[in-house]
Design a protein around this ligand. Structure first.
Ligand code: ADP
Length: 537
């Protein structure tokens, strides 16, 4: 090619000062942002301006080792989007492969570049320079120009300076991106840790069990809400204190440390503390926090409130001894009188008397066994109610009659207030309620008195009440009388038989009918048990 001629056509060379100014401008633009896309666009635009080029692009090698256009000016969108060049292909590919600057000055005569990717026609003047990072080619910078003025070697020198700048920029941007990604990852990790922590805190707060975390020497580093409640200490006061100091004055921690830290086994114990509402029983299990995570040494102490369990346990054993007593007393009488009658002859009157005792005690036994069976079946959901239309008004006189033999100075009356409709009830279950309430009224009125059954209808329900003039119930005991096995501790109760199951059974049945039961009572004056049978049921 006629090199001399082309040089003549090249634009006048820049002075050193102009070059420095141009580089300074590009450097300034480059430093204005760290966003790689923006920087590359600024570089291409500045370079085109400086070189008075028509078009230019920066192509970078992607992960598939293809050159794609990252920033361009003067090229169609289609070319920018779709150009994919492998090293070795076309001008850019050749530069990327060889690492040499290519100055195409004039019409393309080199057969290597005949099949250019982005242009079918000849390129009057084009400069393509490799972008290198530590001797590795990462892309190419390309500009081209039409018209008569051509690029020269002088331009090649300046553009290679710009290319160095671009490579540094890319390096910086890559480092920045890496740093940004790492920061984002760290932030993400931080968020995840925070989320885990708040989840953990929610779990710990909502747990019914108390959780206390201590150092191996016993200083408390964490305590949850339930723990504060059980040990009756505000969280702020507990943190930093030694575990024994918040543990109702018990010396427990030495044993915990001995088991957990030295013998590497769990430590379990029960202890109690006084509280305004009575004695509280607590069960404690201590384990090592984590032996596998260094710096995470400590002890987790989980505390459960077992007061209720203890109470039920005590009630159960009381119940067992009471039931055996209850069963043995009538049985002893039954066996005694039966034996007596077998071994000796008695006149008709005495025989009748003894048989009556046998009958009475057998029915007492029967009642007790029935109560036990009824309640356990009700609780197990094994009893299904046989609902049928029942006229309860008609049942009352017969009920009163059946208590004839049990009365001792008692007067049984009934009253009906309003029109009592037929209701869908289980007849036997309704009788069970009434028998329990009336026999209690008799049992707990040792001095006799009036026992009145009242049926009353209001807009929503039929209200049935059984009132007596007996010993009454102390206010603080009222909420307990419907509990299973509960019996008010009184001299009378110790004398009279009972299981504490009657009212629990009654409550189950009333609730099964959709109603409610409660009691109004005054100590020494009498009690009134009231239950509702909803009309809608
Ligand atoms: P029990 O077999 O002891 O009678 P209940 O469940 O029927 O069991 O009653 C529980 C407790 O409630 C009784 O032990 C008694 O102390 C009290 N109680 C029940 N009915 C009356 C009443 N009409 N008057 C006074 N106390 C009563």
């Amino acid at each position: 090619m006629k090199q001399e001629e082309q040089h003549n056509l090249a634009q006048p060379v820049w002075s050193r000062e102009q070059e420095l100014l141009a580089l300074y401008e590009i450097g300034k633009a480059v430093n204005s942002t760290l966003d790689l896309d923006k920087v590359l666009n600024i570089i291409i635009s500045e370079t085109i301006g400086l070189f008075q080029a028509d078009a230019g692009s920066i192509m970078l090698l992607n992960a598939d080792n293809e050159l794609t256009i990252k920033a361009a000016q003067g090229l169609t969108d289609d070319i920018v989007k779709n150009t994919r060049v492998r090293p070795g292909e076309g001008i850019a590919g050749w530069v990327a492969e060889t690492g040499q600057i290519l100055l195409l000055d004039g019409r393309v005569s080199d057969p290597r570049f005949r099949n250019l990717v982005d242009r079918k026609e000849d390129i009057p003047s084009s400069l393509c320079v490799p972008l290198k990072r530590k001797d590795k080619i990462i892309g190419v910078l390309m500009i081209r120009r039409t018209g008569e003025v051509r690029f020269s070697d002088h331009h090649s020198r300046l553009i290679s300076l710009i290319a160095e700048q671009v490579a540094i920029t890319i390096e910086n941007a890559a480092l920045f991106e890496q740093e940004k990604r790492r920061t984002e990852e760290l932030q993400e990790l931080n968020r995840a840790v925070k989320l885990e922590k708040s989840k953990m805190e929610t779990i710990l707060t909502s747990m019914a069990d108390g959780v206390v975390v201590t150092s191996v020497s016993g200083e408390i580093s964490m305590i949850n809400r339930a723990g504060c409640k059980m040990l009756d200490i505000p969280e702020a006061e507990a943190i930093g204190k030694h575990f024994d100091r918040i543990c109702a004055g018990k010396q427990i921690f030495d044993n915990i440390r001995e088991s957990v830290c030295r013998r590497k086994v769990r430590y379990k114990t029960d202890f109690s503390r006084e509280s305004p509402g009575g004695e509280i029983f607590l069960h404690l299990v201590a384990t090592a926090l984590s032996e596998s995570v260094p710096g995470n040494e400590g002890i987790v102490i989980v505390i459960q409130n077992i007061t209720e369990m203890k109470k039920i346990d005590r009630m159960k054993s009381e119940f067992v001894s009471m039931v055996s007593h209850e069963l043995r007393t009538p049985l002893t009488a039954i066996m005694g009188f039966a034996e007596l009658m077998i071994s000796r002859e008695f006149n008709a009157e005495r025989r009748h008397r003894y048989l009556e005792i046998i009958m009475q005690d057998s029915s007492r036994l029967m009642r007790l066994i029935n109560n036990l069976l009824d309640l356990s079946k009700l609780e197990a959901g094994q009893i299904t109610f046989n609902f049928e239309p029942v006229n309860i008004t008609e049942m009352i006189p017969g009920l009163i009659e059946s208590f004839e033999s049990q009365k001792a100075g008692h007067e049984l009356t009934y009253g009906i207030d309003g029109e009592i409709p037929e209701m869908m009830l289980d007849r036997d279950m309704f009788l069970n309620i009434m028998v329990n309430l009336v026999s209690n009224a008799i049992k707990y009125s040792p001095d006799g008195g009036n026992i009145n059954i009242l049926l009353h209808r209001n807009s929503e329900a039929v209200v049935v009440s059984v009132s007596d003039q007996g010993i009454g119930i102390a206010q603080e005991k009222i909420p307990l009388v419907f509990d299973k096995f509960y019996r008010v501790d009184s001299a009378l109760n110790r004398e009279t038989g009972g299981t504490g199951l009657g009212l629990a059974t009654v409550k189950y049945i009333v609730e099964g009918f959709g109603g409610k039961i409660w009691v109004e009572s005054e100590l020494g004056k009498g009690s009134r048990f009231i239950f509702t049978l909803p009309l809608e049921a």
